[in-house]
Design a protein around this ligand. Structure first.
Ligand code: FES
Ligand code: FES
Length: 160
């Protein structure tokens, strides 16, 4: 089948089998390797991309659901000011980790803060429910997201 979509701000026309996973399309056809092929069963969150603005596991998206969508991978998101805010927060709190689920963490923070600029602890933990990061504990995760939120507020409004 032929699918048309927007990938990292570029219009794409792709021939693919209807059931091919988005994670495989990204890594094989476009060499976008920021999203990792981990469990391939929707558990680990290493394969997350922004799909129509939402943090979504790309191993669960077949090609037939790509048509008409807007997809931003870690590589595309890395061009934004929001990415710089998140990296600054991760660095400040020492939360870089092993980088395996970096795309999942960064894009989940991006999706959360786009909807909720100052999330509380419960909201942060709920947003990260679908990521199994071995390098993170809940308290550090909450501290990091709050640090990113403050950095973002300062950039946007000159105050946190
Ligand atoms: S590879 Fe998609 S959730 Fe693990
Ligand atoms: S940073 Fe998530 S598994 Fe290591």
């Amino acid at each position: 089948m032929t699918v048309e979509f927007i990938l990292n701000n570029k219009r794409i026309v792709l021939d693919a089998y209807a059931e091919t996973r988005l994670i495989d399309i990204l890594r094989s056809s476009y060499k976008l390797t920021g999203a990792k092929a981990g469990c391939l069963s929707g558990v680990c969150g290493a394969c997350i991309v922004l799909y129509n603005g939402e943090a979504v596991k790309s191993c669960l998206i077949p090609a037939f659901r790509i048509g008409g969508s807007t997809i931003l991978t870690l590589e595309g998101f890395a061009e934004t000011d929001e990415y710089c805010d998140i990296v600054a927060g991760l660095t400040a709190t020492g939360m870089e980790g092993c980088l395996y689920c970096r795309a999942g963490k960064i894009l989940t923070i991006a999706s959360l803060l786009a909807k909720n600029a100052r999330p509380n602890r419960q909201e942060i933990l709920a947003a990260f429910d679908g990521i199994r990061c071995r390098c993170t504990d809940p308290d550090s995760l909450v501290d990091t997201v709050m640090a990113v939120a403050a950095i973002r507020q300062r950039r946007l409004y000159g105050r946190s």
